[in-house]
Unconditional design. Structure first.
Length: 213
């Protein structure tokens, strides 16, 4: 999940929309993100960026002002949007699903320190032998669209779990778990008795990090 420290916004009232189709009929699918402005959908990316992907847009809209005033239906056509693969999301928060006594699950967002950047690796185990599972999370993303900037404010996080699904962030100077790189995955190494012994973090174009428990 991308977290909440981005230019992208999503809510139940105004979800973020994704359309996938071959809008320019060149044999490959195009991906278009869109957001609500009042009650209409508008593309999230601008005329220049979308024209790189679909050149016909710059021909259809010679000026930036014309493009800015056009919604998704005007740009792509209602029939084309109806035929496209369409997905929506109402939160970008990273979270977990907690099982309920009566069955089913409830979504719970992770603490703010985890929302500073995307999460690409999540691991749960009883790291401190207190009988309750803890959670460690890693992420960061340094290659988004050129006009967006990097999502790399995360430094990894250790979360302790309490009753009723309450999660608490443990400061880095207390946990010793600090991962400022562009992490892509996380794994657990157990000892010969099957107990957690080490946490291993794989960083994109970087060194492998190993944390001894």
């Amino acid at each position: 999940n991308f977290g909440l420290n981005t230019k992208y916004k999503a809510s139940i009232e105004f979800p973020l929309n994704l359309f996938v189709s071959d809008f320019d009929n060149n044999g490959s699918n195009d991906i278009v993100l869109s957001k609500y402005v009042d009650d209409k959908l508008f593309p999230l990316r601008g005329r220049e960026c979308l024209s790189w992907q679909m050149p016909y847009i710059s021909e259809k809209y010679p000026s930036y002002a014309q493009f800015a005033d056009s919604d998704m239906e005007e740009i792509y056509g209602r029939q084309n949007l109806e035929k496209a693969l369409h997905r929506t999301i109402n939160t970008l928060a990273s979270g977990i699903l907690l099982s309920q006594p009566g069955g089913g699950y409830v979504f719970k967002a992770l603490p703010d320190e985890v929302q500073w950047s995307p999460v690409f690796g999540l691991l749960s185990a009883d790291f401190n032998s207190d009988g309750n599972p803890e959670i460690v999370a890693v992420g960061n993303f340094r290659a988004p669209e050129v006009e967006t900037g990097q999502f790399d404010a995360g430094n990894g996080a250790l979360l302790t779990a309490h009753s009723q699904g309450v999660l608490t962030f443990v400061p880095w100077d207390q946990s010793g778990f600090f991962c400022p790189g562009e992490a892509r995955d996380i794994g657990l190494v157990k000892d010969h008795q099957g107990q957690p012994a080490m946490i291993v973090v794989a960083n994109n174009s970087g060194k492998l990090q190993v944390f001894s428990l």
